[in-house]
Design a protein around this ligand. Structure first.
Ligand code: X8Z
Ligand code: ZN
Length: 614
């Protein structure tokens, strides 16, 4: 729940009221303290919103504090305290959303009408009205995240237990397929004990969603995009079809190189790639295997991880680099409290949720990140990602409570990544991390490195919610949870587990966002949007070269344009925000395809005569 809490109550917010509420509305109408709809006035709506926003702000700040402590000191008590604070916020939101129905049909100023609409759409997890069920649901949700945070792999026969950070390092760097399979399987065991709780979580959160008039929790999530829920699902399909050929080319090339490295008995030449060989525990970003697949003649010739380690860059140093990018665009520096209260490294003495997140604790200026930073290029990118959240949060802070969020949830995830796309070799030279930038003959290496991070991610970004939507809709039943998971991983990603998985496993639970109930389609959207944003900002900054060599570092015009969009928060439908930055009103993968066009051509040449697809 934390990323969501972190990005100002992401997961708390999201619901629509449908006809189910007609009955409730009639009851409310009968109550003496609420006038019938026909007699409500715009002044009543304004007063209602003011009161609702004040109440929710207060409960949200309490929730943030409780969640922060829960995630940075996991104990039995902090888990319960966070669950209780969550519950208070959720119940208040549900109650207010139900009351907001009273204003349906009234002609209101657009910004009030939108606030009322957003109030109804704001939760990610809706609790049932029944107090025992509501308490059970929030407790389970908090417990699932805690179980993930405490997760470890303890090798049989002794040896030190490994936490997620250590396991991640093995998956990134080890090249022994047997060890990779062991450690991969060891981590995935953290999912199994979550299975029963997850099943119950699905039942209860669906019940909450249905009480709000949604068919299930997945439908509730799909209702947040200023378009019909089905239309949103089709929109994802459309975007995926745009980028699928690029992914398939990358997959074929990587598989071919892995066959050369490991042999066809480890990597099937025409089949799915073993998930444990891609440099990441979830096979979601493959940048760590760049050395295995690098083109012989076009290696970019520098390795940011090596540079950071050679300089003994501390986590704080790395975050300073990120902050300086934003200040170079005209953003105010982060407050002193950011540096005092953030968690930058993994503490030795307690359990924490290491999964990176960015927080706006008090909706004023108490911004923080929570990360377990290692001095690697991957974390360097993640730092920019997280700071993107923080600068967004600060930019929309002055708006009414209901508007303090990104235009759609993809925007929140895209901002920091957009900045990270400006981390070019030329930029690294400017900030003194690199002596000289590689020439154009190294472009393929640079693009391949980026593609392993960005293109490889695309199908993964879809799979998680394709699975959850089916689970929430009851199309996938508990007896088929894991089977459906791997069917989707195969279909979209073309990857397979190291050994057969069964229904005593629960592999989705081994991914943070499932355990923490954070919707995931947002990351797929962000992957598409960040290239649109980067293209627009690069053009504005007058960059004439290829997009992957453009950096908007130090460009005030680009900064002002970005800020303009961030300051809109969620006050307008997202196409307006997209237009404010890019002049475009649709999500469109052509910016990403343009960026990678030279690589696509090169990959297809490399793949000529080799199997493509799985
Ligand atoms: O969860 C995150 C961020 C926090 S919002 C670190 N990301 C996704 C993930 O790790 O699965 C960023 C990329 C995708
Ligand atoms: Zn994020």
């Amino acid at each position: 729940a934390v990323v969501s809490v972190a990005i100002r109550n992401y997961h708390y917010r999201s619901m629509t009221l449908r006809s189910t509420f007609a009955a409730a509305a009639a009851l409310f109408a009968a109550a003496s303290w609420l006038l019938p709809a026909s007699r409500k006035t715009p002044a009543d709506a304004r007063a209602f919103l003011e009161k609702a926003n004040a109440e929710l702000l207060k409960l949200s700040v309490e929730g943030q504090r409780a969640s922060w402590v829960r995630s940075t000191h996991i104990t039995y008590d902090t888990e319960l305290l966070a669950a209780q604070a969550d519950e208070r916020f959720i119940q208040a939101t549900v109650r207010l959303a139900k009351q907001a129905v009273e204003f349906d049909g009234l002609t209101l100023p657009p910004d009030q009408a939108r606030q009322l609409k957003l109030l109804k759409l704001s939760l990610t997890m809706a609790a049932p009205a029944n107090p025992a069920e509501s308490e059970e649901l929030t407790r389970i949700a908090s417990g699932l995240e805690g179980a993930y945070g405490r997760g470890k792999y303890c090798p049989p026969g002794g040896g030190d237990c490994m936490d997620i950070e250590e396991i991640g390092r093995v998956l990134a760097a080890d090249r022994d397929p047997k060890r990779l399979a062991r450690v991969w399987t060891g981590w995935h065991a953290v999912g199994a004990p979550m299975r029963a709780d997850y099943q119950r979580f699905v039942e209860l959160s669906n019940k909450g969603a249905r009480e709000l008039g949604f068919s299930d929790t997945g439908a509730m999530w799909r209702s947040k995009y200023d378009m019909a829920p089905d239309e949103f699902a089709r929109e994802l399909d459309r975007l995926w079809e745009q980028v699928r050929p690029l992914y398939v080319s990358l997959h074929a090339y990587v598989r071919k190189r892995l066959v050369e490295k490991y042999g066809a008995d480890v990597v099937p030449a025409k089949g799915p790639i073993p998930a444990e060989l891609l440099g990441n525990l979830w096979a979601q970003e493959w940048g760590n295997i760049y050395p295995l697949v690098a083109p012989a003649d076009a290696d970019p010739g520098y390795d940011l991880t090596r540079i950071l380690k050679a300089r003994n860059a501390t986590p704080q140093d790395m975050v300073r680099f990120g902050e300086r990018f934003f200040t170079s665009l005209g953003f105010a520096p982060l407050p002193a409290t950011f540096w005092e209260r953030s968690m930058f490294a993994k503490p030795r003495d307690r359990e924490v949720v290491c999964h990176a997140s960015a927080w706006d604790i008090d909706a004023a200026d108490d911004l923080r990140v929570k990360m377990c930073i290692d001095s690697t290029a991957e974390y360097f990118a993640t730092i920019h990602h997280e700071l993107g959240h923080n600068f967004y949060q600060r930019a929309y802070n002055k708006l009414p409570f209901q508007f303090r969020d990104s235009a759609n949830d993809g925007f929140h995830e895209a901002v920091g990544d957009t900045i990270a796309l400006s981390v070019t070799p030329e930029y690294l030279v400017k900030i003194g991390l690199l002596n000289s930038a590689p020439d154009a003959s190294k472009d393929i290496g640079l693009l391949l490195d980026r593609a392993l991070e960005k293109v490889a991610f695309l199908p993964f970004g879809l799979v998680i919610d394709q699975w959850r939507w089916k689970v929430f809709a009851g199309e996938v039943k508990p007896a088929g949870y894991n089977r459906a998971w791997w069917d989707l991983k195969l279909k979209y990603q073309g990857v397979a587990p190291p050994s057969p998985r069964g229904e005593s496993d629960f592999d989705p639970g081994a991914k943070y966002h499932v355990a923490s109930n954070t919707p995931y389609a947002r990351y797929f959207l962000a992957e598409i949007q960040q290239f649109q944003f980067h293209r627009a900002l690069a053009r504005l900054a007058g960059c004439k070269g290829p997009l992957h060599r453009c950096s908007v570092y130090g460009n005030p015009e680009a900064g002002a344009r970005l800020r303009k969009m961030l300051e809109m928060g969620q006050s307008r439908p997202w196409p307006d925000a997209m237009e404010a930055l890019t002049g475009e009103r649709r999500m469109d993968a052509t910016a990403m395809l343009d960026y990678f066009a030279p690589l696509k051509k090169w990959l297809d040449e490399q793949n000529a005569g080799s199997p493509v697809g799985w």
